[in-house]
Design a protein around this ligand. Sequence first.
Ligand SMILES: C[S@@+](CC[C@H](N)C(=O)[O-])C[C@H]1O[C@@H](n2cnc3c(N)ncnc32)[C@H](O)[C@@H]1O
Length: 267
Amino acid sequence: MTGTVYLVGAGPGAADLLTLRAARLLERADVLFHDALVSREVLALASRAAKVEVGKRSGKLSTAQHFINKRLVDAARKHEVVVRLKGGDPLLFGRAHEEMAFLKENGIAFEIVPGVTAALAAAAELRTSLTRRGLSRSVAFLTTRAAPGEAPNDWLRTAVAADTVAIYMGAGEADSIRRDLLAAGKPAATPVAVVENASLPEASFDFGTLDRLPEIAARGSGGPSLILLGEVFADAAIIRAWPSARSSSLPTAPVIPIGRGRSGALR
Ligand SMILES: C[S@@+](CC[C@H](N)C(=O)[O-])C[C@H]1O[C@@H](n2cnc3c(N)ncnc32)[C@H](O)[C@@H]1O
Protein backbone atom coordinates (compact mmCIF):
# COMPACT_ATOMS: atom_id res chain seq x y z
CA MET A 1 0.00 0.00 0.00
CA THR A 2 1.15 3.52 -0.68
CA GLY A 3 -0.59 6.34 1.11
CA THR A 4 -0.67 10.08 0.57
CA VAL A 5 1.41 12.65 2.40
CA TYR A 6 -0.46 15.85 3.23
CA LEU A 7 1.68 18.93 3.88
CA VAL A 8 -0.67 20.84 6.14
CA GLY A 9 -0.48 24.40 7.45
CA ALA A 10 -0.98 24.54 11.22
CA GLY A 11 -1.48 28.31 11.19
CA PRO A 12 0.26 30.77 13.51
CA GLY A 13 -0.49 29.03 16.79
CA ALA A 14 -4.12 29.50 17.85
CA ALA A 15 -5.86 26.18 17.36
CA ASP A 16 -9.03 27.78 16.01
CA LEU A 17 -7.07 29.33 13.14
CA LEU A 18 -6.53 25.88 11.73
CA THR A 19 -8.55 25.35 8.56
CA LEU A 20 -11.47 22.95 8.55
CA ARG A 21 -9.67 20.88 5.95
CA ALA A 22 -6.62 20.62 8.17
CA ALA A 23 -8.73 19.58 11.17
CA ARG A 24 -10.47 16.89 9.11
CA LEU A 25 -7.17 15.51 7.90
CA LEU A 26 -5.74 15.45 11.39
CA GLU A 27 -8.65 13.30 12.48
CA ARG A 28 -7.95 10.86 9.68
CA ALA A 29 -4.17 10.83 10.10
CA ASP A 30 -2.42 7.51 10.73
CA VAL A 31 0.92 9.23 11.31
CA LEU A 32 1.56 12.86 12.15
CA PHE A 33 4.92 14.58 11.75
CA HIS A 34 4.87 17.97 13.39
CA ASP A 35 7.05 20.95 14.25
CA ALA A 36 7.88 21.94 17.82
CA LEU A 37 5.60 24.98 17.88
CA VAL A 38 2.34 23.15 17.13
CA SER A 39 -0.02 23.42 20.13
CA ARG A 40 -1.24 20.51 22.20
CA GLU A 41 -4.84 21.38 21.30
CA VAL A 42 -4.06 20.93 17.61
CA LEU A 43 -2.14 17.72 18.23
CA ALA A 44 -5.10 16.36 20.19
CA LEU A 45 -7.18 16.43 16.99
CA ALA A 46 -4.98 13.72 15.57
CA SER A 47 -6.34 11.29 18.15
CA ARG A 48 -5.56 8.10 16.26
CA ALA A 49 -2.21 9.12 14.79
CA ALA A 50 1.25 8.10 15.86
CA LYS A 51 2.92 11.45 16.51
CA VAL A 52 6.49 12.21 15.59
CA GLU A 53 8.06 15.54 16.52
CA VAL A 54 10.49 16.71 13.90
CA GLY A 55 10.87 20.06 15.55
CA LYS A 56 12.70 23.01 14.19
CA ARG A 57 13.11 25.81 16.62
CA SER A 58 15.83 28.37 16.32
CA GLY A 59 18.64 27.75 18.76
CA LYS A 60 17.46 24.20 19.44
CA LEU A 61 18.39 20.92 17.86
CA SER A 62 16.36 20.11 14.77
CA THR A 63 15.83 16.94 12.84
CA ALA A 64 17.94 16.86 9.68
CA GLN A 65 15.82 17.57 6.61
CA HIS A 66 16.96 14.48 4.69
CA PHE A 67 15.91 12.35 7.68
CA ILE A 68 12.42 13.93 7.70
CA ASN A 69 12.12 13.34 3.94
CA LYS A 70 12.99 9.68 4.38
CA ARG A 71 10.59 9.22 7.31
CA LEU A 72 7.74 10.68 5.23
CA VAL A 73 8.38 8.23 2.41
CA ASP A 74 8.67 5.27 4.80
CA ALA A 75 5.42 6.25 6.54
CA ALA A 76 3.55 6.61 3.24
CA ARG A 77 4.64 3.09 2.28
CA LYS A 78 2.95 1.72 5.39
CA HIS A 79 0.00 4.06 6.02
CA GLU A 80 -2.85 5.63 4.11
CA VAL A 81 -2.90 9.15 5.59
CA VAL A 82 0.39 10.74 6.56
CA VAL A 83 0.20 14.34 7.74
CA ARG A 84 3.21 16.64 7.82
CA LEU A 85 2.03 19.59 9.88
CA LYS A 86 4.00 22.79 9.50
CA GLY A 87 3.63 26.10 11.31
CA GLY A 88 1.82 28.87 9.42
CA ASP A 89 1.56 28.04 5.75
CA PRO A 90 3.59 25.06 4.54
CA LEU A 91 4.74 26.82 1.38
CA LEU A 92 6.33 29.82 3.10
CA PHE A 93 9.76 29.37 4.69
CA GLY A 94 8.92 25.79 5.54
CA ARG A 95 11.31 23.78 3.34
CA ALA A 96 8.26 22.18 1.77
CA HIS A 97 9.92 22.10 -1.63
CA GLU A 98 12.58 19.67 -0.43
CA GLU A 99 9.94 17.37 1.03
CA MET A 100 7.78 17.53 -2.09
CA ALA A 101 10.76 16.86 -4.39
CA PHE A 102 11.76 13.80 -2.37
CA LEU A 103 8.20 12.49 -2.30
CA LYS A 104 7.91 12.94 -6.04
CA GLU A 105 11.25 11.20 -6.62
CA ASN A 106 9.96 8.25 -4.63
CA GLY A 107 6.58 8.09 -6.35
CA ILE A 108 4.58 9.15 -3.28
CA ALA A 109 1.39 11.16 -3.81
CA PHE A 110 1.18 14.41 -1.86
CA GLU A 111 -1.20 17.30 -1.36
CA ILE A 112 -0.95 20.73 0.23
CA VAL A 113 -3.36 22.27 2.70
CA PRO A 114 -2.65 25.99 3.14
CA GLY A 115 -2.53 27.66 6.54
CA VAL A 116 -2.63 31.19 7.94
CA THR A 117 0.89 32.53 7.68
CA ALA A 118 2.46 34.44 10.57
CA ALA A 119 2.47 37.81 8.75
CA LEU A 120 -1.30 37.72 8.32
CA ALA A 121 -1.83 36.72 11.95
CA ALA A 122 0.48 39.58 13.00
CA ALA A 123 -1.47 42.06 10.87
CA ALA A 124 -4.69 40.83 12.48
CA GLU A 125 -3.10 41.18 15.91
CA LEU A 126 -2.33 44.83 15.09
CA ARG A 127 -5.65 45.30 13.29
CA THR A 128 -3.69 46.93 10.49
CA SER A 129 -4.25 46.31 6.81
CA LEU A 130 -1.01 45.39 5.01
CA THR A 131 -2.28 47.17 1.92
CA ARG A 132 -3.97 50.55 1.92
CA ARG A 133 -5.29 52.68 -0.91
CA GLY A 134 -2.75 55.32 -1.78
CA LEU A 135 -0.18 54.09 0.74
CA SER A 136 0.71 50.45 0.21
CA ARG A 137 0.19 48.42 -2.92
CA SER A 138 2.87 45.81 -2.42
CA VAL A 139 3.70 43.46 0.42
CA ALA A 140 6.88 41.42 0.67
CA PHE A 141 7.24 38.34 2.87
CA LEU A 142 10.96 37.77 3.23
CA THR A 143 13.74 36.39 5.35
CA THR A 144 17.24 37.78 5.58
CA ARG A 145 18.62 34.31 6.19
CA ALA A 146 20.52 32.08 3.80
CA ALA A 147 21.81 28.66 4.77
CA PRO A 148 25.53 27.95 4.31
CA GLY A 149 26.19 27.05 0.70
CA GLU A 150 23.05 28.81 -0.57
CA ALA A 151 23.17 31.62 -3.13
CA PRO A 152 23.39 35.07 -1.45
CA ASN A 153 20.03 36.34 -0.29
CA ASP A 154 19.09 39.53 -2.12
CA TRP A 155 16.45 40.48 0.44
CA LEU A 156 17.51 44.12 0.70
CA ARG A 157 16.39 45.13 -2.78
CA THR A 158 12.96 43.63 -2.12
CA ALA A 159 12.69 45.25 1.30
CA VAL A 160 13.48 48.68 -0.12
CA ALA A 161 11.11 48.28 -3.08
CA ALA A 162 8.05 46.95 -1.25
CA ASP A 163 5.61 49.31 0.49
CA THR A 164 5.03 46.88 3.34
CA VAL A 165 7.55 44.30 4.49
CA ALA A 166 7.21 41.29 6.78
CA ILE A 167 10.54 39.85 7.86
CA TYR A 168 10.43 36.25 9.07
CA MET A 169 13.11 34.89 11.43
CA GLY A 170 14.67 38.34 11.71
CA ALA A 171 14.40 39.32 15.38
CA GLY A 172 17.88 38.03 16.21
CA GLU A 173 19.37 40.05 13.37
CA ALA A 174 17.67 43.35 14.10
CA ASP A 175 20.99 45.21 14.29
CA SER A 176 22.18 44.22 10.84
CA ILE A 177 18.69 44.56 9.34
CA ARG A 178 18.50 48.15 10.57
CA ARG A 179 22.04 48.91 9.37
CA ASP A 180 21.51 47.38 5.92
CA LEU A 181 18.11 49.00 5.37
CA LEU A 182 19.36 52.45 6.37
CA ALA A 183 22.42 52.07 4.15
CA ALA A 184 20.15 51.05 1.25
CA GLY A 185 18.09 54.22 1.64
CA LYS A 186 15.08 53.16 3.70
CA PRO A 187 14.20 56.24 5.78
CA ALA A 188 15.13 56.08 9.48
CA ALA A 189 11.57 57.19 10.29
CA THR A 190 9.97 54.18 8.53
CA PRO A 191 7.35 52.83 10.97
CA VAL A 192 8.19 49.43 12.44
CA ALA A 193 6.17 46.92 14.45
CA VAL A 194 7.49 43.75 16.04
CA VAL A 195 4.85 41.13 16.83
CA GLU A 196 5.61 38.11 18.96
CA ASN A 197 3.42 35.01 19.37
CA ALA A 198 0.76 36.38 17.01
CA SER A 199 -2.67 34.79 17.55
CA LEU A 200 -1.77 33.35 20.96
CA PRO A 201 -2.98 34.66 24.34
CA GLU A 202 0.62 35.66 25.16
CA ALA A 203 0.90 37.75 21.98
CA SER A 204 2.86 40.96 22.38
CA PHE A 205 3.82 43.77 20.08
CA ASP A 206 5.85 46.91 20.08
CA PHE A 207 6.10 49.88 17.74
CA GLY A 208 8.63 52.47 16.72
CA THR A 209 10.73 53.50 13.77
CA LEU A 210 13.46 51.77 11.82
CA ASP A 211 16.29 53.60 13.60
CA ARG A 212 15.11 52.01 16.87
CA LEU A 213 14.51 48.51 15.53
CA PRO A 214 17.18 46.73 17.63
CA GLU A 215 15.83 48.00 20.94
CA ILE A 216 12.23 47.23 19.92
CA ALA A 217 13.15 43.69 18.84
CA ALA A 218 15.19 43.13 22.03
CA ARG A 219 12.10 43.69 24.19
CA GLY A 220 10.62 40.36 23.05
CA SER A 221 10.58 37.33 25.29
CA GLY A 222 12.06 34.84 22.84
CA GLY A 223 8.85 33.55 21.20
CA PRO A 224 8.49 33.48 17.42
CA SER A 225 8.33 37.05 16.18
CA LEU A 226 7.97 39.04 13.01
CA ILE A 227 9.38 42.40 12.04
CA LEU A 228 6.91 44.51 10.07
CA LEU A 229 7.93 47.67 8.26
CA GLY A 230 6.05 50.28 6.31
CA GLU A 231 3.90 53.40 6.46
CA VAL A 232 0.76 51.35 7.17
CA PHE A 233 2.15 50.78 10.68
CA ALA A 234 2.46 54.52 11.42
CA ASP A 235 -0.82 54.49 13.30
CA ALA A 236 -0.78 50.84 14.42
CA ALA A 237 -0.31 51.89 18.04
CA ILE A 238 -3.39 54.11 17.83
CA ILE A 239 -5.45 51.45 16.11
CA ARG A 240 -4.48 48.98 18.83
CA ALA A 241 -6.06 51.34 21.32
CA TRP A 242 -9.42 51.31 19.49
CA PRO A 243 -11.98 49.53 21.58
CA SER A 244 -12.36 45.84 20.87
CA ALA A 245 -12.52 42.54 22.61
CA ARG A 246 -8.87 41.55 22.90
CA SER A 247 -8.54 38.47 20.71
CA SER A 248 -7.55 36.33 23.69
CA SER A 249 -10.80 37.30 25.41
CA LEU A 250 -12.93 36.46 22.37
CA PRO A 251 -14.86 33.27 22.78
CA THR A 252 -12.61 30.99 20.76
CA ALA A 253 -14.61 28.46 18.84
CA PRO A 254 -13.92 25.03 20.27
CA VAL A 255 -12.17 22.86 17.74
CA ILE A 256 -14.85 20.25 17.28
CA PRO A 257 -14.12 16.84 15.85
CA ILE A 258 -15.75 16.98 12.44
CA GLY A 259 -15.14 13.60 10.95
CA ARG A 260 -17.97 11.68 12.66
CA GLY A 261 -21.68 12.31 12.97
CA ARG A 262 -23.74 11.25 16.00
CA SER A 263 -24.06 7.76 14.64
CA GLY A 264 -20.29 7.55 14.57
CA ALA A 265 -20.36 7.19 10.79
CA LEU A 266 -17.76 9.13 8.88
CA ARG A 267 -19.30 12.15 7.15
C1 LIG B 1 10.54 28.80 9.76
S1 LIG B 1 9.51 30.22 9.67
C2 LIG B 1 8.00 29.40 9.28
C3 LIG B 1 6.96 30.34 8.79
C4 LIG B 1 5.61 29.65 8.58
N1 LIG B 1 5.66 28.69 7.53
C5 LIG B 1 4.50 30.66 8.30
O1 LIG B 1 3.90 30.63 7.21
O2 LIG B 1 4.21 31.47 9.18
C6 LIG B 1 9.33 30.59 11.38
C7 LIG B 1 9.19 32.10 11.60
O3 LIG B 1 7.85 32.51 11.37
C8 LIG B 1 7.52 33.57 12.24
N2 LIG B 1 6.41 33.15 13.11
C9 LIG B 1 5.86 31.93 13.18
N3 LIG B 1 4.82 31.93 14.04
C10 LIG B 1 4.72 33.18 14.51
C11 LIG B 1 3.83 33.83 15.43
N4 LIG B 1 2.82 33.17 16.01
N5 LIG B 1 4.01 35.14 15.68
C12 LIG B 1 5.00 35.84 15.07
N6 LIG B 1 5.87 35.30 14.20
C13 LIG B 1 5.73 33.98 13.92
C14 LIG B 1 8.78 33.90 13.04
O4 LIG B 1 9.50 34.89 12.34
C15 LIG B 1 9.49 32.56 13.01
O5 LIG B 1 10.88 32.73 13.22
